[in-house]
Design a protein. Structure first.
Length: 316
């Protein structure tokens, strides 16, 4: 019986897996609140951070021969479980250009097209999960959330609503509980639309020479990096809505990818090490199509709820 070659025996395609891991959808902004961090297992306990993980301790001096003070950053909290999500990208042979096709029957360019479509779908799924987690009021303490209504909503331009005051209250709440000011503010597209028309905002930026406030001006005004969620989702019936709704979330978060789950921050997206991965493509003769199976294993989690603040129904 003939032996399989290494290429034939390989289950995971390293080149296509590398392409999938390096892909980023610029329209998805959930990583601003939940940066990805690799974990070695599909289940475990969330490394949770209390206020002691964020704040500086007093009286660290020690007398000769005395015991050294100890502190533990983070503790094992609620359990988490990564979920595997799999989807196959398709590449019909009719769309392949003969000059690009390799001896394998498909080109890397063609594979990237198929993988991009899959990654876009999976990225939106993760974005929805992150937005749902971040905008669920039950995930926050009473001092870390507010629900606006009526004339207090930022879409009310009658003169009684004040976005700057609300944001400053949120910033101070996080600072008082963690010793750190929030460094990011995620807002829904409808919230952004209201803010750039709000009289209070217009009055604050009128001396900048800009007729319309920009994301950069809002960031300077609020003192945090403002990120706008433009993602759209649809029901099976074709009803469209904004992924980030009509809410705003402020948080202190480590926005760079981390090598370990050991830095105090609002949230993480736990991602199984080495994922997403792409299995070896296979050809189906009946449909005359190459298929590229992609699998992701991930779960967003809140690690330090006191480092976040939710403004529900910021606009009507």
């Amino acid at each position: 019986m003939p032996q399989l070659t290494p290429a034939q025996a390989r289950v995971i395609n390293p080149v296509l897996t590398s392409i999938a891991q390096g892909y980023q959808n610029s329209e998805m902004i959930g990583s601003a609140l939940f940066p990805q961090v690799a974990v070695g297992t599909r289940a475990g306990n969330i490394i949770t951070f209390g206020k002691e993980s964020f704040m500086q301790y007093a009286d660290l001096a020690r007398a000769p021969g005395s015991a050294t003070k100890r502190v533990q950053f983070g503790y094992s909290g609620a359990p988490f479980a990564l979920v595997d999500y799999s989807l196959e990208g398709s590449l019909p042979i009719e769309v392949l250009q003969e000059g690009l096709a390799s001896d394998k029957g498909f080109s890397i360019d063609g594979a990237q097209i198929a993988l991009k479509s899959v990654q876009d779908i999976m990225a939106l799924r993760l974005e929805i999960a992150q937005a749902t987690l971040a905008t669920t009021a039950a995930n926050y303490g009473s001092s870390n959330k507010v629900t606006l209504s009526g004339t207090s909503q930022w879409s009310d331009f009658s003169g009684t609503s004040n976005p700057v005051a609300v944001v400053e209250t949120a910033k101070d709440s996080i600072r008082q509980q963690t010793g750190k000011r929030p460094n990011v503010m995620v807002i829904g597209a409808q919230v952004f639309k209201a803010l750039i028309q709000h009289p209070v905002i217009i009055d604050r930026v009128k001396y900048t020479g800009r007729d319309v406030p920009t994301v950069e001006l809002l960031s300077a005004l609020f003192g945090v990096r403002v990120v706008v969620g433009d993602g759209i989702k649809s029901t099976d019936a074709g009803v469209f809505s904004d992924v980030w709704g009509k809410h705003a979330v402020l948080a202190y978060t480590e926005t760079s990818p981390l090598a370990a789950m050991g830095t105090p921050t609002f949230g993480y997206t736990y991602n199984l090490g080495g994922y997403p991965l792409v299995e070896e493509p296979y050809y189906e003769r009946n449909s005359k199509t190459w298929y590229f199976p992609v699998t992701r294993a991930e779960a967003p989690v809140i690690a330090g709820a006191t480092a976040g603040y939710l403004i529900t129904n910021a606009v009507a």
